[in-house]
Design a binder for this molecule. Sequence first.
Ligand SMILES: [Zn+2]
Length: 78
Amino acid sequence: MRLPPDIAGLVIRRRNRLTGAILSVYRASDAGMSDDPEFPWAAVCETHGAIVLNATRRLAEQAMQFPEWCSDCTEKLP
Ligand SMILES: [Zn+2]
């Protein structure tokens, strides 16, 4: 999947294999989601509109892979 070039702060966007939802990682400040310097990385469930902030990009990518923080995705997780 090619990234749309005009989405501020977007780093990664993928369809989650477990839930079928589209999930993304953003730089939270660039995306206008948060300016908290301790949690600068946002994982977002685009399909359900859930957001979770993370301290590192690695944690945000892990959150993207296992979206237990999205209540709609959680119903489909094993
Ligand atoms: Zn979701």
